[in-house]
Design a protein around this ligand. Structure first.
Ligand code: ZN
Ligand code: ZN
Length: 202
């Protein structure tokens, strides 16, 4: 695996701006991987179930977790529970071993009181926040020991759902677009329709 600087660089490019929450997630993801003794997922070797949601501060945390673990939206090995909590579970899909990692409440309360979050609250976009404000906060995160900001749970077992990807696609009889067959619906007249053309919800 590439060194930490390389991963951080990747994370910042992917995420789009410099903020404290992405590096928090990056370090939390790496801590979870170290606990399970697993490598970054090349395919779907790992899964993440995140308890973050949307429309709340520090959601950027999850982009750090994705960067570290290789669990991504495209590979569908990441799921959000929308609990609006700064926690996630990393699962080793080969063994079913899992660990839940969360931000310590004391640490996160202080982070929410930081000038960065106050400016965000007042409506400043993250990319417009002065590096003189953002960088010391980011550097502080980068220098933290895991035990200073993370609660790392015990390793436990979970049931791993195994499914094979679908490789066969057919054209929708209405719009003509190629659709993977597990999402084509059969109408009474035998025609195959994609979800939007079928009128079904799923
Ligand atoms: Zn961010
Ligand atoms: Zn269609």
């Amino acid at each position: 695996m590439e060194n930490f600087e390389g991963i951080l660089e990747t994370g910042i490019k992917f995420h789009g701006h410099r903020c404290p929450a992405m590096p928090m997630g990056l370090k939390a993801g790496l801590a979870a991987m170290k606990t399970l003794d697993v490598e970054r997922a090349k395919d779907k070797e790992l899964s993440v179930i995140s308890e973050t949601g949307k429309g709340h501060a520090a959601g950027c945390f999850l982009d750090g977790i994705m960067t570290a673990t290789g669990c991504t939206y495209g590979k569908s090995n990441i799921e959000k529970l929308y609990y609006n909590k700064m926690a996630f579970t990393l699962i080793d899909n080969k063994t079913g071993r899992a660990v839940r990692v969360s931000l310590k409440p004391d640490f996160f309360e202080k982070a929410l009181a930081s000038p960065f979050v106050q400016l965000r609250k007042a409506g400043t976009p993250p990319q417009d926040i002065d590096p003189e404000i953002a960088d010391p906060l980011i550097n502080r995160i980068l220098g933290l020991e895991e035990s200073q900001f993370l609660d790392i749970g015990d390793i436990h077992s979970v049931d791993v759902k195994k499914g094979k990807g679908v490789f066969d696609a057919k054209r929708c009889d209405s719009c003509g677009e190629l659709t993977f067959i597990n999402k084509l619906r059969v109408k009474d007249d035998g025609s195959l329709l994609c979800i939007p053309c079928s009128g079904y919800d799923e």
